[in-house]
Write a protein that binds this ligand. Sequence first.
Ligand code: FES
Length: 106
Amino acid sequence: LDITFILPDETSVTVAANEGDSLMQTAVDNGIEQIAADCGGCCSCATCHCIVADNWQDKLTPPDATESDLLSNAIEDAQKNSRLSCQIFLDATHDGLVVHVPESEW
Ligand code: FES
């Protein structure tokens, strides 16, 4: 699976991801340092915030209540396509996914 991260300086980094991994794990494994993932993926820290490209938003499983709450409570500038990358689990349908990585807020 090819996943593209667009960094705060607009550099884009395309990496090969494994099906079954979370988007957060993929970012961490590839040295995307803005994704701090402090809680290790248990949906409690919000340091894995990313913003899904507009044309991908409808193709992803929507956030559950825990993720939605955390996004609205912990992310000051949350956008409509903000997501917690630890809650996106990759499968074949995600090939070509593009996500923006915001400047670290932590
Ligand atoms: Fe902590 Fe995603 S890694 S909420």
